[in-house]
Design a binder for this molecule. Sequence first.
Ligand SMILES: *Cc1c(COP(=O)(O)O)cnc(C)c1O
Length: 371
Amino acid sequence: MIPFLDLRAQYRIIGPQLEHAVLDAMRECNFVLGDKVADFEAGFARYCGTGHTVALNSGTSALHLALLAAGIGPGDEVITVPTTFVATVAAILYAGATPVFVDVDPVTWTMDPTRIAEKVTSRTKAIVPVHLHGRLADMTSICAAARRFDLVVIEDAAQAHGAERDGVRAGAFGDIGCFSFYPGKNLGACGEGGAITTNRADLAAAVRSLRDWGQEGKYNHVRQGFNFRMDAIQGAVLGVKLPLLDDWNAARRRIANVYGRALSPLLTVPPGPIGLDHACHVYAVRVPDLDAVRAAVLEAGIATGIHYPCPVHLQPAYRWLGYGPGDLPQSEALARETLSLPLYPELSADGVDAVIAALSALTTEPLAQTA
Ligand SMILES: *Cc1c(COP(=O)(O)O)cnc(C)c1O
């Protein structure tokens, strides 16, 4: 059986280092923020090439506080995509603003920049592109649109740690970048975690205050804040893992490119060869009969995922926003057809071959019939 994700495989390799760092943090008894978190913040800011990182308790909090720090609130509209994890949209609503959806590009599956202008109104204040699956959105075009309409750019980089284009890394393209360190992400904590990255000192200071009850100095609450601080234990864990991230991402890309070469003649794969601009958090192929293919490869011992089975605008919780089936056709087609294959740095060559064999065995018949 090949699991979709195998966190134990990584733990087997770096477990002793993690346990040492966690024990060290425990013995310091400085359980919230503290040196371990500050050291990680400095390291992650350097890694992303941004002047500042502020560590938080989750990626959702990162998006939420990024929006608040940028002054987004009730009455404001924020442009984003429905092909994302639900947190992107929930955070916009937490800030009191209204999400406005643009469809994704059918090839890259990230925000289609040609669709931005038609959605801009006098209320539009920000754009939140999502680097879906780890592939950088078209930040050149998105930032150009933002300049044209005077919008803040908040990157949802929760799946894209370390993705880079022309020497610029995820989290450094817009005004502020948002990361998640949920355990299954490319850089994962041993629990919940998140961070923002920015080159703007004003935004960093606002997020730093918002995460800690709006304080500026002890018990001086200058704004309504939150308890969104990172634990010392997570800072210690992330400090151990950060130096390994580039090698892990390289291993992910190698596997993705093996998948791409083997599967591209048989079904629709992400455009390749995949380079540095894709962190390969998820490798998803398009198949016409998703459920049948998923069941058949499971039969062959391969677990798969679906990211995401329903675009956010059609989720029951968000139907009140007023969107319906057919409004965002590319996103809806992707939701029906994308199947995510096992992808993690420790996945063996035999495992990769088994995935390819299982899909190849199917594609000659069932896929051709339904195509
Ligand atoms: C994981 C994720 C988030 C949320 O991060 P959490 O740490 O789980 O709160 C937001 N956006 C995207 C695209 C994600 O993948």
